[in-house]
Write a protein that binds this ligand. Structure first.
Ligand code: ADP
Length: 696
């Protein structure tokens, strides 16, 4: 009965105690009491011993355990299921009955069960904590989208869970090709060498892999004697597996993001090309098309948002590149919210902004610019082909604008850090589109110009036809009038000469004579105009010619208070001219000036040597202070028979024009009302020395 009570007490201890020490002591103390033992102790592996009573001398008990027979001391091994701790119950009593021995065997079994019970409980508790830790670590690692950050946190968690001195995470770039990130958690990075000392540390390496590949490896350096039991190992493995999966996810995510960005970029590129292509159609003006292209490249909202872009166009006559315009901005873009537009107000606003560059004075030349002719993209290395507005540290690339095989211009773009292959691809397409827009604008301009020239030529032709017919008519009339006029003049003179001085009719014959003289002058002018003059050219000094003409008018000028200012360039070379014809030209111009001035004023005559269209010319200017030419009169002054004077023939300027043009020169008027007018004559110096007749 007593033993039954005792066993039920043992059962209660097993069920309620969680502390190993207190549980075993409770069982041993009850055992000693129930069986009236001298002492009882429990030996466990790793040298742990529990005894009762507390002051017991263990000597005999140990010796019995080691197999030396000691009187009254008996050993009862605890039954040991697989993997459990080894233990022995050793008791001392003078004489144990067989019943007591049986009971002790039962107690040994109970003790074994208690040991297992306590261990399982402990493990459960520890396991629950590990699971919680693992769960929160997994949650955090799973939320990271950056490989580096993930590796860093993984290293820290592994160190925390393993108790390692140092943890090293290495990530593989792609499929284990290249180790790209190495992170250390724990000691200083410099200490790593120490951890390779295998006498002091053990190294454990766990792969970070999934079925899709190897993403990296985590290495742990643990002190040789540090406990690294199954639960911890298991936990590190689970963590490594989780990290592998997360790394795979991040790689997938990165790839997806890259593809999406790429797609977005392409859509953006295509939309810019479409929009600007559309906008080109609103204007055929070259400058406006360049303006639109500039916006497409540098506007961060509607365009590509490049910080710098500049355009150049090829000067066909000289075969060189000339600057057009450019934009270079940082901070706020100059473009604003405006729609794709080419209205003048907006263009002016942009042109006034500090970001805008008027490049009309810029002429890039020499290599590498000259290489653009080949139609290939040119990368400017620092300092090469530099232009004043270029900045240091910026990568510049030039794209040729090719219309077929023909270079029509160039696009220069700049960006810190350079351009990726997608951008170069886009800029190439953009340049093709722009080249076509430039070429078509140019062709349209040429077409317009040709049309205008054609119309002018046609008008000139009609006009000259009319003039020729008029001239012919005038010549015939003049010719027919000439003989009767000579007869009238002749007879009038005879009558006049015969009349006595005091005859009152002599006044009338005198008037007839004067008017006939005037009429003859007009007739000879008309005949002079109708006759196409033939030039008798020789080398002559223009200054001398002017001196002669001005000398003839000197007296008249003095009488009328007209000041003459001469600014003649005496170093002028002789010019191949018909002096008689040119004298007539200068006579006409000077007498027109005198007539315009009336009383009081000044005439300035100057000569100089100038270059026009790449050719040397002598320039003669005759200015007066006669008030200038009324606007409505101006277009007609070179027309034959056009005059505003009551006694004028309207032939002076038209004859002068024809003579100057026969010399290959040009006559122009610079009207400066209300001061006066300046007539300018250009005579080419080329062909000096030729003395030949020129008639048309
Ligand atoms: P004319 O002198 O016989 O009128 P021109 O052909 O020499 O014929 O000149 C045509 C017209 O041009 C003149 O009638 C005059 O109206 C204008 N003209 C020419 N020279 C001058 C001048 N220096 N100042 C103002 N008007 C001028």
């Amino acid at each position: 009965m007593e033993s039954l009570v005792f066993l039920s007490e043992v059962c209660e201890v097993i069920c309620t105690y969680t502390s190993l020490k207190r549980g075993v002591r409770a069982i041993l103390s009850r055992l000693v009491e129930a069986l009236s033992l001298e002492g009882a102790c429990l030996f466990l592996s790793r040298g742990r011993v529990y005894l009762w009573p507390e002051e017991l001398d263990l000597q005999e008990y140990r010796e019995a355990l080691e197999g030396k027979p000691r009187k009254g001391v008996e050993v009862f091994p605890l039954p040991k299921p697989r993997g459990e701790m080894r233990g022995y119950l050793v008791v001392k009593k003078e004489a144990l009955s067989s019943q007591e021995r049986e009971l002790l065997e039962v107690v040994a079994r109970q003790l074994a069960q208690f040991l297992r019970h306590v261990r399982v409980q402990r493990e459960l508790k520890a396991g629950a904590k590990l699971l919680l830790d693992l769960y929160s670590a997994g949650r955090e690692l799973g939320s990271l989208l950056d490989r580096r950050a993930l590796a860093q946190r993984l290293a820290e968690y592994v160190r925390e869970f393993s108790g390692a001195e140092l943890v090293n995470v290495t990530l593989f770039e792609k499929e284990g090709r290249h180790a790209s990130i190495t992170l250390y958690a724990g000691k200083d990075e410099g200490d790593i060498i120490k951890f390779y000392n295998e006498d002091l540390y053990k190294r454990v390496a766990v792969p970070l892999s999934t079925s899709k590949g190897n993403w990296g490896v985590v290495e742990l350096y643990l002190s040789k004697d540090a406990p690294f039991g199954r639960p911890r190992r298991r936990m590190i493995h689970i963590l490594a597996e989780l990290a592998g999966t997360f790394l795979e996810n991040i790689t997938l995510y990165d790839r997806l993001r890259f593809l999406l960005e790429e797609r977005e970029k392409r859509i953006r590129f295509l939309s810019i090309l479409y929009q600007v292509g559309n906008a080109y159609r609103w204007t055929s003006e070259l400058r406006k098309r360049f303006f639109l292209a500039l916006r497409a490249l540098t506007d961060p909202q509607k365009g590509l948002g490049l910080p710098e872009a500049y355009f150049f166009i090829r000067d066909e006559a000289r075969g060189v590149l000339k600057g057009v315009m450019g934009v270079s901005w940082s901070g706020n873009s100059p473009w604003g919210e405006q729609d794709w537009t080419v209205d003048e107000e907006y263009i002016e606003k942009i042109e006034r902004s500090p970001a805008f560059y008027d490049l009309r004075d810029v002429m890039p030349s020499g290599p590498p610019w000259s290489e653009l002719e080949k139609g290939e993209v040119v990368y400017l290395s620092p300092g090469q082909g530099a232009l004043p507005f270029m900045r240091e540290g910026v990568v510049y690339v030039v794209f040729p604008l090719m219309a077929g095989e023909h270079l029509v211009g160039a696009l220069l773009v700049g960006k810190e850090g350079g351009f990726d292959s997608e951008e170069v691809h886009f800029l190439t397409m953009f340049s093709h589109q722009l080249a076509l827009a430039v070429e078509s604008a140019r062709l349209q301009e040429v077409l317009k110009m040709t049309g205008k020239e054609l119309k002018e030529a046609q008008e000139r032709f009609l006009h000259s036809e009319k003039l020729a017919a008029l001239g012919e008519l005038a010549a015939r009339v003049a010719h027919d009038l000439k003989n009767p006029l000579i007869a009238i003049g002749g007879f009038a003179r005879r009558l006049h000469d015969k009349m006595a001085e005091d005859c009152p009719d002599k006044l009338y014959t005198g008037t007839i004579l004067k008017e006939v003289e005037e009429a003859e002058k007009i007739l000879s002018n008309v005949l002079g105009y109708a006759r196409v003059p033939s030039l008798k050219k020789r080398l002559a000094d223009v200054n001398t010619l002017l001196d002669d003409v001005l000398f003839l008018h000197a007296e008249e000028m003095r009488d009328r208070n007209i000041v003459l200012v001469k600014k003649l360039d005496r170093s002028l070379p002789p010019v191949s001219i018909d002096p008689a014809q040119l004298r007539q030209v200068f006579m006409n111009l000077v007498s027109n000036a005198l007539q315009a001035i009336g009383r009081k004023g000044s005439i300035t005559v100057s000569t100089s040597r100038v270059e026009r269209d790449g050719k040397e010319h002598v320039k003669v200017e005759i200015s007066d202070t006669g008030g200038g030419i009324p606007e409505d009169v101006l277009p007609n002054i070179f027309n034959p028979f056009f005059t505003t004077k009551s006694t004028g023939t309207g032939l002076g300027l038209s004859i002068a024009k024809r003579i100057v043009e026969l010399h290959g020169g040009e006559i122009r008027v610079v009207n400066n009302p209300p001061v006066g007018a300046t007539f300018v004559v250009y005579l080419p110096l080329e062909g000096d020395g030729e003395t030949q007749d020129q008639s048309t």
